[in-house]
Design a protein around this ligand. Structure first.
Ligand code: NAP
Length: 327
């Protein structure tokens, strides 16, 4: 795992990418995405930042923080409920009308629930949409802008950034004790929905989707990140979610990733040359510990030049203790 000082040194070097980076943070009003927004604003020159969510007062506070950290930044809030894909399409059209390139698409929308299938007017489960369908729709719609950023002739090749980061859980199926297989007879889980299956399908289908895009879009790189435990608003939709968070957070705090560190580590995942696009990675040696299970449940290890990576973010202090314990 990369040390926190090395992460900070890398992030501090992002100013060398030049002014005017454009980033879209889906779920940017709270939690992991918001902490990454703040790290991004702190380390870049005149960035244009789009925050997508529903909560206007949270967005206003986020925009004030960004302006305070970096007066040259241009943050904007796009308010929408993205559990409807027609709203995702509308947002993407609006962004495409304003921007000629997109350097970073960072996505964290989601929530915890104990509810069963909760169907939207478009016939999909709401949680499944936030964890999979909406995210992939954003990527597909915004790919022309990401490609334009990857091929921007006004920028030196080494300073070009074109990346997609989806924060969820690359190994959720395995963690839940499942084989990691998809139910091909009911991919949208219309008939066989359970929260476990929804977690596994969203994670695996997201992996396959990004992997396919990485092959067909060799100038953009794609990262699926697992954030470990971070104290955020994730419990808000659980019954007594606030009480649960107030009780659990102090107990779990020593094992959690502090929110600011989470932002710095996710910014690293969003910008580091350790995750090159297929084209940038060609010729680079070495394999990357990017394991996933294929359709048959077999573990597949990724390599540097594939353009699609899994990244697990851990608490740096806990990692240090673990490493000393193993020695
Ligand atoms: N935190 C953890 O420990 C943890 C661990 C493992 C995985 N994860 C995953 O990481 C991701 C980010 O989690 P987080 O902890 O940062 O959560 P969070 O603080 O609850 O943030 C979720 C974001 O999603 C947005 N959102 C939710 N529903 C939306 C909707 N219908 N339309 C538009 N935006 C919506 C929220 O914005 P508004 O409120 O403004 O709508 C908020 O900005 C989630 O997918 C979660 O499953 C988190």
């Amino acid at each position: 795992m990369v040390s926190l000082p090395a992460i900070r040194a890398h992030n501090a070097s992002l100013k060398s990418l030049g002014p005017g980076l454009v980033a879209v943070f889906v779920g940017g009003t709270s939690g992991i995405s918001l902490s990454t927004v703040l790290a991004f604003a702190r380390n870049t020159i005149s960035p244009r930042i789009y925050l997508i969510g529903r909560n206007r007062s949270a967005a206003d506070a986020a925009i004030a923080s960004v302006k305070n950290i970096n007066p040259s930044a241009e943050p904007a809030f796009l308010q929408s409920d993205i559990s409807l894909l027609k709203n995702v399409d509308r947002l993407c059209c609006g962004i495409a009308a304003k921007e000629r390139k997109l350097n970073l698409l960072f996505m964290t929308p989601g929530y915890m629930t104990l509810k069963g299938r909760d169907e939207t007017t478009e016939g999909l489960d709401r949680k499944f949409v936030l964890h999979y369908y909406a995210r992939m729709r954003f990527v597909a719609n915004l790919l022309p802008l990401l490609t334009a950023a990857a091929q921007d002739p006004s920028i030196d090749t080494k300073a070009r950034l074109s990346r997609v980061v989806s924060v969820l859980d690359p190994h959720v199926a395995v963690r839940l004790g499942g084989s990691g297989k998809l139910d091909f007879s009911d991919l949208s889980l219309k008939h066989t929905f359970s929260l476990n299956k929804c977690g596994a399908h969203a994670s695996l289908m997201g992996d396959y989707f990004l992997e396919g895009l990485a092959k067909r879009n060799p100038h953009t790189s794609f990262v699926h990140a697992y954030p470990s435990g971070v104290a955020t608003n994730l419990f808000r939709e659980l019954p007594a979610g606030r009480v649960l968070a107030a009780v659990l957070t102090p107990l779990l705090k020593p094992f959690m990733v502090p929110i600011e560190e989470s932002g710095e580590r996710h910014l690293f995942a969003a910008t580091s040359e350790k995750f090159p696009s297929k084209v940038e990675g060609e010729g680079m040696k070495g394999s990357w510990r990017s394991q996933r299970r294929d359709e048959r449940g077999v573990v597949v290890t990724g390599s540097i030049g594939m353009g699609r990576y899994s990244q697990r973010i851990r608490n740096w202090k806990v990692q240090g203790i673990r490493a000393r314990w193993r020695r």
